[in-house]
Write a protein that binds this ligand. Structure first.
Ligand SMILES: [Zn+2]
Ligand SMILES: [Zn+2]
Length: 208
């Protein structure tokens, strides 16, 4: 099943120019089976996600992109919204308590811009980022970062034995489905989705 795990809509992300309906239509057009809406620090309630699911016949899940002191972390299964800046360790504890998943979003975004090459950051330094020991996985396919930055994330995930997931980080309809996670398991609810992410039986794919 093809799912875009990282989508922002105008419902709660002011940086997005895409309504929830448009996001669902774009996902269907891109041939996806589902999307996970991950607004910044806000969680969709399950009824709204379900209503969108039923209206469009597309699986719609609600996760969250949490701003932590160690960077953006995507969470699935956590129902508590942050009202202060948590550390990655605080967030991980909450996520583990509910059996959810935490994934560092675009872990190397901007590194190229800020001298990724000039700094000659090697794998050992990259692996040393303390945030990476407080997540289950890394986002290794994100459409808003460079191929080199995605590749670095993939190498670090392999080195650390972390899960590798993909999501477009779409803020407009053109981006929906450009980076996806393709699951081997059949997913029919949020519990399945979390189990499928944790199982590692999935690959990421760049669609455009
Ligand atoms: Zn982000
Ligand atoms: Zn995002």
């Amino acid at each position: 099943m093809k799912i875009d795990l990282h989508v922002h809509t105008t419902a709660f992300s002011p940086c997005s120019v895409m309504s929830p309906d448009d996001a669902a239509r774009a996902a269907i057009q891109a041939g996806l089976d589902g999307i996970c809406i991950t607004e910044h620090n806000r969680l969709w309630n399950k009824e709204d996600a379900r209503a969108l699911w039923e209206k469009h016949g597309l699986q719609v899940f609600s996760g969250m992109e949490v701003t932590t002191s160690g960077g953006d972390i995507l969470v699935f299964g956590l129902e508590e919204e942050p009202h202060e800046i948590w550390t990655p360790a605080q967030l991980k504890e909450k996520v583990d308590r509910v059996g959810g998943v935490a994934v560092a979003a675009h872990p190397f975004r901007g590194f190229l811009l800020f001298g990724f090459g000039a700094l000659q950051m090697d794998l050992t330094q990259a692996v040393g980022n303390p945030t990476f020991s407080q997540v289950h996985g890394l986002e290794v396919c994100n459409s808003l970062v460079t191929d080199e930055e995605n590749e670095m994330a993939r190498r670090v995930a392999d080195e650390m034995g972390l899960l590798k997931v993909g999501g477009s980080d779409a803020h407009n309809i053109r981006a929906v489905g450009t980076c996806i996670t393709e699951f081997q398991d059949v997913i029919s609810d949020e519990k399945d989705l979390i189990g499928a992410i944790l199982s590692g039986r999935h690959t990421t794919r760049r669609m455009k």
